[in-house]
Design a protein around this ligand. Structure first.
Ligand SMILES: [Fe+2]
Ligand SMILES: [Fe+2]
Length: 353
């Protein structure tokens, strides 16, 4: 957001240079004239992700869904539990993408003072809207009862409570009076960034896994393909928020206290636990080889990767029990190398012009 007071008075020639502005640039609390000068860059990772997201452009209309429609309409093609797990997962991811579109647009972006980070989040917001459209495309193609997808949270206590917890986490900074710039509010903003990592990198994961398990068993292939596209986008979003979190840590190291790290760790532990409870309720006694125990191990493994991505020690030391996932996600679901990556420098003393 533009620094207040700019363009308020009459014109006075200023000696401030582009280099001065960009050297003072920070993810939050930086100097920003609001005019999106993105050359040269202070946060090149954001522009790089913006560029990659554009290269990943796809639309849901491209995904063939005919075989899914036939399968859904064939009473013998799917078990009752497979149908239930499919529509329940669809309901949840649809809720999640819907609230994330609003969260980015209303809560996050207005506090960002790095234009290249604004560009990347703007693109991310568009992609979340595209995901909302994707789920609507599935609902329409399969002629699912919209009430059973969009309205499920009104009937299903577990889904209601899951949405409630996600919303509580992302809405901590939603007050129109919330402003960054104090120790407490900056910590709250940083915590909201980690909530984004949790949303993009944990909450989607049992639903994605369920779609992939079905696809691996030649069930609902088109939907699985659509989820692959969505998953590739979410992977970029996750990277973006890992970078944002690490950059704020680097720019304002005083925020990263022991106490704060304890809070972040607990948020990730709670998220893994909640995601497990939700996923376990969905898979029941297991579907197509997906058991509750394997799901728990997998989510703990994912939780460890998220902790390590922001410089924290692993919590569980679990292994990934689904080595085959890479073949569906081209590594984007859990590309450990990136998230455990080498130490990155976010703040450079001088710019490379
Ligand atoms: Fe999304
Ligand atoms: Fe996302």
């Amino acid at each position: 957001m533009a620094t207040p007071n700019l363009f308020q008075g009459d014109f006075k020639a200023s000696k401030v240079s582009n280099a001065d502005i960009i050297n003072k640039r920070r993810v939050i609390n930086g100097y920003d004239d609001g005019l999106m000068q993105i050359s040269p860059l202070k946060h090149p990772w954001a522009y790089d992700l913006f560029d990659k997201m554009i290269k990943n452009t796809w639309v849901p209309q491209e995904v063939p869904l005919q075989s899914d429609v036939s399968m859904w309409n064939d009473p013998d093609a799917l078990t009752e539990q497979e149908r239930k797990v499919f529509s329940r997962s669809l309901a949840f991811v649809s809720n999640l993408d819907g609230l994330q579109t609003n969260n980015l647009a209303c809560n996050i972006i207005r506090h960002i003072t790095s234009p290249e980070v604004v560009l990347a989040i703007t693109r991310q917001t568009f992609e979340e809207a595209l995901h909302v459209q994707s789920y609507a495309t599935l609902v329409e193609a399969m002629q699912l009862d919209p009430e059973e997808v969009y309205g499920l949270y009104r009937q299903d206590k577990e889904l209601y409570e899951k949405n409630q917890i996600v919303l509580k986490a992302v809405n901590k900074i939603s007050s129109p009076h919330f402003k960054t710039g104090t120790f407490e509010s900056d910590q709250m903003f940083l915590e909201a960034c980690v909530s984004n990592i949790i949303l993009e990198g944990i909450y989607f994961f049992s639903a994605f896994l369920i779609f992939y398990v079905l696809r691996r068993n030649n069930k609902m292939q088109g939907s699985g393909e659509m989820i692959q596209f969505i998953n590739r986008d979410e992977d970029m979003h996750l990277r973006l928020f890992v970078h944002i979190t690490n950059a704020i840590k680097e720019e304002q190291p005083e925020l990263w206290t022991e106490e704060f790290q304890g809070r972040i760790r607990q948020n990730i532990i709670d998220a893994v636990d909640m995601e497990y409870q939700w996923g376990a309720a969905c898979v029941g006694d297991g579907i197509l080889g997906l058991t509750k125990d394997a799901l728990r191990e997998y989510l703990q493994f994912v939780g460890d990767v998220r902790l390590k991505s922001i410089g924290m020690a692993a919590q569980w030391g679990s292994q990934n029990p689904f080595a085959w996932l890479d073949e569906f996600t081209q590594g984007s679901m859990i590309e450990v190398n990136f998230f455990e990556g080498t130490v990155r420098e976010y703040q450079t003393g001088t710019l490379e012009w």
